[in-house]
Design a protein around this ligand. Structure first.
Ligand SMILES: Nc1ncnc2c1ncn2[C@@H]1O[C@H](COP(=O)(O)OP(=O)(O)OP(=O)(O)O)[C@@H](O)[C@H]1O
Ligand SMILES: [Mg+2]
Length: 279
């Protein structure tokens, strides 16, 4: 009798293993250099789209001491990444299950004891994120504005960096600075661009062309296109209402553009443009 029970348990365990998709852990950052280009809005909604496409997704708010994801979702986290940085918690223990396939690690806001992030601490963070790769298909990092050493250090360790920029020359210049500083640091991370808040496709094409030509000409670096997202007043309305845009407006033009972006990410990994090896 005991033997039969054991066999049944073993069968169930094997079945569960079969069902569990192998997490291939692709780590993708959303950065910009310039503030306010739409990194948090796009990373949050793309994470949601990827999860709805059947992927297991973890979104980590890495905007140091200026976290926004919990505010966009109207959530009050019990623990934040600060607990990890102060070595009070393992990264894994900070995960909030928002939906079965969409998890978050929230950031911190305005804490006086927020530690300076040394290379050592960032490497430790990268190691812990790498550990989580086994459990997820995509780990999305929402990076803060700026191009300081700690940001460039993180961007050098992800599988793909998506630069979110607008069509203004200031945003294009700051996006170029990110590519340049990554290049100078010896980073091998492939860079992609998404043009956000644009008023026409031509405007987006011109912005992408300016960035990619400058990177090619001065740095011999390629910046791949991941399309564009139009300017949409409903985005601000959703943020004001602290609602997840794409869930609230599933059929809008912007939601379709976000879904296209998520499909583009999946395709780039499939085509082998982005390696899915360890961090
Ligand atoms: N496609 C869009 N259309 C219209 N407004 C947008 C769009 N995307 C983002 N915004 C607006 O831009 C502002 C900044 O968005 P968000 O906070 O996502 O930017 P960010 O790059 O994460 O900023 P930060 O650099 O401060 O982290 C918000 O007010 C948001 O409503
Ligand atoms: Mg942000």
């Amino acid at each position: 009798m005991i033997g039969q029970t054991e066999r049944l348990l073993e069968l169930n365990r094997l079945k569960a293993q079969e069902k569990k998709p192998e997490g291939r852990g692709r780590i993708i950052s959303f950065s910009s250099g310039k503030g306010g280009t739409g990194k948090t809005f796009i990373s949050l909604n793309t994470a949601y789209a990827l999860s709805r496409m059947g992927n297991k997704v973890l979104l980590i708010d890495l905007d140091s001491n200026l976290s926004n994801i919990n505010i966009m979702l109207n959530m009050r986290p019990q623990k934040t990444i600060l607990d990890f940085l102060l070595q009070k918690s393992a990264l894994r223990d900070l995960i909030t299950h928002y939906e079965p396939s969409l998890h978050f690690i929230f950031g911190e806001s305005g804490k006086a004891d927020y530690p300076l992030q040394s290379d050592h601490l960032l490497d430790y963070l990268a190691e812990e994120i790498k550990e989580l790769c086994r459990d997820y298909d995509y780990i999305i990092l929402d990076i803060g504005a700026g191009a300081g050493d700690e940001i460039i250090h993180i961007l050098g360790q992800v599988h793909a960096n998506i630069i979110v920029l607008n069509a203004e020359p200031t945003a294009i210049m700051d996006a170029y600075v990110i590519v340049k500083l990554m290049h100078m640091s010896g980073s091998a991370t492939p860079n992609f661009a998404v043009i956000n808040k644009c008023f026409s496709e031509e405007e987006a094409t011109t912005a992408y062309t300016n960035l990619s030509k400058a990177a090619e000409h001065f740095l011999k670096e390629e910046v791949f296109s991941l399309g564009f997202i139009g300017h949409d007043q409903m985005v601000t309305k959703a943020i004001m209402a602290q609602e997840l845009y794409i869930r609230k407006n599933p059929r809008s033009k912007t939601s379709l553009q976000i879904i296209k972006l998520a499909q583009g990410i999946v395709q780039k990994f499939r085509q082998g443009q982005v390696k899915a090896s360890g961090i």
